[in-house]
Design a protein around this ligand. Structure first.
Ligand code: GLC
Ligand code: CA
Length: 536
């Protein structure tokens, strides 16, 4: 039985600049999202998460907020947001905002006041120092400390100099931040995605991070971030935040835990709180960081399930606005992308999709001169920037691809014909129809949403197989992650003499067809979902 909506939800992330433009300025907006709510409802998703829509000078495209309670005019008005919440709720879709609470924009009134003098009301809202106190670097380039000529001190910024870090050790900051959350909670928002939430507290003594040997293009990657991230006190703050949000009914917090490749599931899980008293959900990116392979995916998924444990909720994600799109990571191989989707949507817990993922939309090709992303601008060609994965949605093949009547702010992926929603709706075997079928199956099958997951051994290492179960009700998922046809058996099931009834297959095998676990034959990059039937 589902008790909390997020425990088995599917969340669809929207990068608002690129979803739907309603006024022809080439940039997606809130009214545009409202126009597409029927489409979102038809996907059977449970919630949407919008990347930041608040007032911002856009140095980091909204991840630099200058007022948390004002909607940036490029996206619309507060009225539009309230309409969006209302219209989404009518369709049983919840709405999550992206809160960037580690830092504000340099143009936030708190920072403007803080930099005025060393003794104003907001003077300790940020982290100031007379000299550069340590060896910390900013993730987006350069030292993490920038001199302010006004205050004649340095301030800390973990990202751009235009993104000063808030001082979460100051209780007034915590109080002020909670007020911003309350503003939207009172207006009916269903929860928040919390940006880089493991970074909010820094070492009290601002100690040096230990260095890493070797060489990497970004100095930030040459250190172990033990003093500027994951400080023990961050857990206290999240416990406070959880208490605060739990005063409201059924609101959810999902945190982004900033980590390097290959990911660190135990660290991510620690932010759920030992007693479920921190975040409701948090991201672990291990799967997204892991090469497509049965053995590797099994290993990372097992580790994540173990880290989270049976009583807390894991999240599963392949794409977001910071990662190259999955289909591009898979060099355009749609069969592999379908298997990846099948894996994702047959896991226990909360699933996060990124707009366009359901179309198999690839990265846009962005030339250096057309680049917007500050990370790409700074580290090109080592980092191609994050614009490619932020390309606009392709709704149809008309001018502006149904996204805009004007000129899009960012290039579309090539081959609109193939990727447009309109065309994929007409084709029964399109990626979109594939996602729809899987999403519908998940929605109707309690076992696929909430059943415990146990990975099972097979006689072939290219096969990824796992059971999902709620008491006697069992499913078996078998994914052939290699290019060749394989016949394998599943010893664990033979013992029990189970029969396998097909519920879903990528290779056109008829549903309800019965197979024996003694010999499952499955084509290259094909996958099946079975209902297990006990013969005894
Ligand atoms: C997070 C966001 C990313 C942003 C950064 C700084 O990692 O996902 O897009 O640039 O935080 O706010
Ligand atoms: Ca617009």
């Amino acid at each position: 039985m589902t008790t909390n909506w997020w425990q088995d939800c599917v969340v669809y992330q929207i990068y608002p600049r690129s979803f739907q433009d309603s006024n022809g300025d080439g940039i997606g907006d809130i009214l545009g999202i409202i126009q597409r709510l029927d489409y979102l409802q038809s996907l059977m998703i449970d919630a949407i998460w919008l990347s930041p829509i608040f007032l911002s000078p856009m140095a980091d495209f909204g991840y630099d907020v200058s007022d948390y309670c004002t909607v940036d005019p490029v996206f619309g008005t507060e009225e539009d947001v309230l309409l969006l919440i209302n219209e989404a709720h009518k369709r049983n879709i919840r709405v999550l905002f992206d809160m960037v609470l580690n830092h504000t924009s340099i143009e936030h009134p708190w920072f403007i006041e803080s930099r005025q003098s060393r003794d104003n009301e907001k003077s300790n809202f940020y982290i100031w120092s007379d000299t550069i106190p340590n060896n910390w670097y900013a993730a987006f380039g350069g030292r993490a400390w920038t001199y302010d000529t006004n205050r004649k001190q340095y301030y800390l910024h973990s990202f751009l100099p235009q993104q000063p870090d808030l001082n979460w050790r100051n209780p007034k900051v915590v109080e002020a931040v909670f007020e911003q959350l309350a503003f939207w909670l009172d207006k009916g928002i269903d929860g928040f995605r919390l940006d880089v939430i493991n970074c909010i507290i820094k070492d009290e003594a601002l100690r040096n991070n230990p260095k890493i040997i070797g060489s990497r293009p970004r100095p930030y990657d040459m250190q172990r971030h033990i003093f500027d991230r994951n400080r023990p006190e961050s857990h206290q703050k999240l416990k406070m935040m959880r208490k605060f949000i739990d005063k409201y009914d059924q609101r959810m917090l999902v945190g982004e835990i900033l980590v390097e490749m290959p990911g660190e599931p135990e660290l991510a899980a620690s932010y759920l709180g030992l007693h479920h008293d921190e975040l409701h959900l948090c991201f672990d990116f291990s799967l997204a960081y892991t090469r497509f392979s049965a053995a590797r995916w099994k290993k990372v998924a097992k580790r994540w399930y173990e880290a989270v444990g049976k009583h807390r909720v894991p999240t599963w994600v392949l794409n977001n606005h910071d990662l190259p799109r999955i289909i591009s990571r898979l060099h355009g191989n749609e069969e592999k992308a379908r298997l990846a989707a099948m894996f994702l949507l047959t896991q226990r817990g909360a699933i996060f999709l990124y707009y366009g993922e359901e179309l198999g939309l690839p990265n846009s090709k962005i030339s250096r001169s057309a680049m917007h992303d500050p990370l790409g601008k700074r580290y090109w060609p080592f980092h191609p920037g994050r614009d490619p994965e932020r390309g606009p949605m392709i709704w149809n093949t008309g001018e502006g691809n149904g996204f805009t009547t004007g000129e899009s702010w960012l290039a579309f992926a090539n081959a609109a014909n193939r990727y447009s929603v309109e065309n994929q709706e007409l084709e029964t075997e399109s990626m979109l129809q594939f996602y729809r079928r899987l999403l519908a199956l998940r929605k109707e099958d309690e076992v696929l949403r909430n059943g415990l997951c146990t990975f099972v051994d097979t006689t072939n290492t290219h096969i990824l197989a796992y059971c999902r179960e709620i008491e006697a009700d069992q499913r078996l998922i078998v994914l052939n992650m290699s290019a060749k046809q394989i016949t394998c058996s599943i010893p664990m099931l033979q013992v029990k003499d189970m029969q396998c009834e097909i519920m879903f297959a990528t290779d056109g095998v008829r549903p309800e067809q019965i197979e024996s676990p003694h010999a499952i034959t499955i084509g290259g990059y094909q996958g099946r979902i079975y209902r297990l039937v006990d013969n005894r």
